[in-house]
Design a protein around this ligand. Structure first.
Ligand SMILES: [Zn+2]
Length: 228
C-alpha cells in the first residue's frame, strides 16, 4: 500500500481519490472514511459507491465520541440548524470565528488518525482534498495552506520521515477542483456534498452553494441537480 486518501464521498475528496489512483494505481490506494456523528449518512453511502467504482480498499473509522461536546451544526448532537447562507455571508460579523459547520479541529484529528493508520499499512503519503475556498475568510481554518504546512511538518517529523501529506488542491479554488475532476472523469453523480440528508441536495446550504458556483464557473451542470 502506498497512499491513504481521506475520503468523505464529497466532490473534493473524490477528485483527490481519482488523482491518487491515477498516480499510484488502485491496488496501492486505501480510502479512509471517517464517521464523526453527522446528522445523516449520505456521505458515507456515497463513499461506499465511489470506493467501489475505483476498486480501492475502503476503511471506515468512527470518531463520534470525540465530538460529543461540540455544538457544531453538522452534528447529530447539535440542535442548531445548518445555515442557509453562503460562507461569505455567514462570516460577515463573525469576528473571525469559523462558520457553525466547522467541526472542531476535524482535519487535524483526521490527518493524525490517517498518519497512524497509514504508517501501519506502509503508506508513504496521505492525501486530502482541502481547497482555498474553504479556507477563505477563516471559514475552515483547518483547510488553510498554513495549517497544511504545519500538519505536514508535524506528521513527517513525528513519523520519523516515513509519511507526508499531499494536499493537491490547497492553492486551488473549488472551481479548479471541479475542472480537474471533470478532466479525470470523476463520477460526480455518485458524490454527495450537501450538509442536509435529503433525497436531493438542498441547494441552499453553504456547501451546496459553493458546489453550484464551482460547476457554473466551468460552464458545467452538476449531475446531482440536472433537470431542475
Ligand atoms: Zn445543501
Amino acid at each position: 500500500m502506498e497512499a491513504l486518501v481521506l475520503f468523505s464521498g464529497g466532490l473534493d475528496s473524490s477528485t483527490c481519490l481519482a488523482l491518487a489512483v491515477k498516480k499510484h494505481g488502485a491496488e496501492n490506494v486505501t480510502a479512509l472514511s471517517v464517521y464523526y456523528g453527522q446528522k445523516h449518512d449520505k456521505e458515507i453511502q456515497a463513499s461506499d459507491r465511489i470506493a467501489e467504482y475505483y476498486g480501492v480498499a475502503h476503511r471506515k473509522l468512527d470518531l463520534t465520541t470525540i465530538f460529543a461536546d461540540s455544538d457544531c451544526s453538522l452534528l447529530k448532537s447539535s440542535h442548531d440548524e445548518i445555515p442557509k447562507e453562503t460562507y461569505a455571508q455567514q462570516l460577515s460579523g463573525s469576528d473571525g470565528k469559523p462558520v457553525s459547520t466547522y467541526v472542531p479541529f476535524r482535519n487535524g484529528l483526521f490527518l493524525s488518525s490517517a498518519a497512524s493508520i497509514g504508517l501501519s499499512l506502509g503508506c508513504k503519503v496521505i492525501y486530502y482534498g482541502a481547497h482555498s475556498d474553504d479556507a477563505a475568510g477563516n471559514a475552515y481554518p483547518d483547510c488553510s495552506d498554513k495549517f497544511n504546512n504545519a500538519m505536514n511538518e508535524a506528521i513527517f517529523t513525528g513519523s520519523g520521515e516515513q509519511i507526508k501529506i499531499e494536499a493537491p488542491f490547497v492553492g486551488m479554488t473549488k472551481a479548479d477542483v471541479v475542472r480537474m475532476g471533470a478532466e479525470l472523469k470523476v463520477p460526480f453523480e455518485l458524490t454527495w456534498s450537501c450538509y442536509e440528508g435529503g433525497d436531493k441536495p438542498c441547494g441552499v446550504c453553504g456547501t451546496c452553494r459553493d458546489r453550484a458556483a464551482a460547476f457554473a464557473a466551468n460552464g458545467l451542470i452538476d449531475p446531482l441537480v440536472k433537470g431542475e
